[in-house]
Design a protein around this ligand. Structure first.
Ligand code: EPU
Length: 424
């Protein structure tokens, strides 16, 4: 699938941000821990969510899309514990069923997960956490087998505040007796959303959003929390990465764009950087107005775990810095291979040098439409940034990767005045 964009149209108007992909993906897995039905609102209808739902169904769960963005999930008493290879390979977030199944059934079997090609993404911290809680963990022939041996609360220090490891440990800990403490935990808003959901379903968790999270597992909780007759209702937070991406689209090609359905405090590190490059951002109650009034200035960016600048916006920022006056330096500190988009941007005229985890971007350059390839979801978003600001037509191949995480991106950008369409 291709996205074809004619550059040069000015963006104006408002855009509504969808629910957060990375919150929805973990909540879908975590729904297995609730004994009763789960109703999630504000769920984005994107490819990664559909893939996660295919896994729910393969494990025996029931899935029903109700009205716009509302998803009903329910799980039988007996569920399968083995994730099918062909489904798990589709996305990295399939690994989140590990913690959920460990809590609900005391065991899980899954192939090492797939996902975006952005570098080495091991599972050691997830497995170390499960091991500390009394689970046997075995790796055999590309599969991870987890089985409760003597489940009990544990104390786990994460060498790096991994989002997925924090989530898997939190979920598994709900199903083991005793107290689990996660030190150097990830502090992302998606972690807070997971904790709020689990607490709503009957779990006891404190400290989410700080680097020390405490989970009180219930002795009899290994078959989930809550009662089978109860419904847990929860609304997914807005997607801070989608919101940040639209802010960058507006910076590249906008006049004035209102971004609705946001939690502005989740976007503080992004707003601060966009201010540095010369963008005006007015913060409303649940919206932002982004205005570009003059030329863009270069800045330096360091990606870091939350509340640092998000790695997921690094590629779109790289495209933006091509349009800014001066030399910008990006240092990528979360993933080891997230600069692949630089070569694609160079095809459009960008001047970027990459060395190890540093990228140096010289600007401003005239970006010219070209045939390019989305190498991953966020690289795809970066190419849209360049195409919107570029001259002439850009054809982005592998645009299905963009569909993994951006709901109705062509429709939303068209409504803002862009010329963008999908071609098979
Ligand atoms: N890491 C380890 N060992 C582990 C786990 C992670 O060394 O056991 C390393 C990774 O190799 C990586 C770093 O820790 O270098 C960060 O990985 P993390 O585990 O935090 O990432 P993740 O949970 O796999 C989530 C998001 C990503 C986002 C990262 C960082 C989901 C489904 N995915 O991934 O989202 O980039 O956190 O914020 O929540 C995206 O949306 O485009 C995306 C890739």
């Amino acid at each position: 699938m291709k996205l074809v964009i004619q550059g040069g149209n000015a963006l104006r108007g408002s855009v509504k941000i969808s629910g957060a992909k990375n919150a929805a993906l973990v909540l879908i897995a975590a729904s297995a821990i609730a004994r009763g039905e789960v109703i999630l609102d504000n769920v984005p209808r994107i490819a990664d969510v559909e893939h996660q739902l295919e896994i729910v169904q393969a494990l025996g769960g029931r899935v029903e899309w109700q009205e716009q963005g509302r998803l009903l999930l329910s799980w039988p008493d007996q569920l399968d514990v083995a994730l099918p290879y062909h489904l798990a390979k589709k996305l990295r977030a399939s690994n989140l069923f590990l913690g959920a199944l460990a809590a609900r059934v005391g065991q899980a079997r899954m192939p090492l997960p797939g996902g975006c090609d952005i570098g080495f993404r091991p599972m050691d911290l997830h497995l170390k956490g499960l091991n500390a809680m009394g689970f046997d963990v075995e790796l055999e022939h590309g599969f991870i087998n987890v089985k409760a041996r003597e489940p009990r609360g544990g104390r786990i220090y994460l060498d790096f505040p991994s989002v997925g490891a924090t989530e898997n440990i939190m979920m598994a800990a709900v199903g083991v007796p005793g107290t689990t403490i996660v030190e150097n935990a990830a502090k992302e808003p998606e972690i807070v959303d997971l904790a709020s959901f689990l607490v709503g379903a009957g779990a006891t968790i404190s400290g989410a959003g700080t680097d020390l999270i405490k989970i009180e597992g219930h002795p009899a909780a290994s078959r989930g929390v809550g009662n089978s007759g109860e419904t847990t209702r929860f609304s997914v937070i807005p997607d801070r990465i989608e919101a940040g991406t639209y802010m960058i689209f507006a910076a590249a090609a906008g006049v004035e764009v209102t971004i609705e359905n946001v939690i502005s405090r989740h976007l503080q590190p992004v707003i601060a950087k966009l201010n540095d490059v010369g963008l005006e951002v007015a913060v409303g109650e649940d919206s932002l107005v982004v205005k570009r009034s003059g030329p863009l200035r270069a800045t330096d960016i360091k990606t870091l775990p939350y509340p640092g600048f998000p790695t997921d916006l690094q590629s779109p920022m790289m495209a933006l810095l091509c349009l800014a006056q001066g030399t910008g330096v990006i240092s990528e500190n979360v993933f080891d291979n997230r600069f692949r988009v630089a070569d694609e941007l160079k095809r459009m005229g960008a001047q970027i040098r990459v060395k190890g985890h540093l990228a140096v971007i010289e600007g401003p350059v005239r970006l010219l439409g070209a045939q390019v390839k989305a190498t991953d979801l966020r690289a795809g978003a970066a190419l849209i940034v360049a195409a919107l600001a570029g001259e002439g037509e850009t054809e982005i191949c592998q645009a299905e990767l963009i569909e993994r995480g951006y709901e109705k991106v062509a429709e939303k950008l068209c409504a803002l005045g862009a010329s963008i369409k999908y071609v098979d």
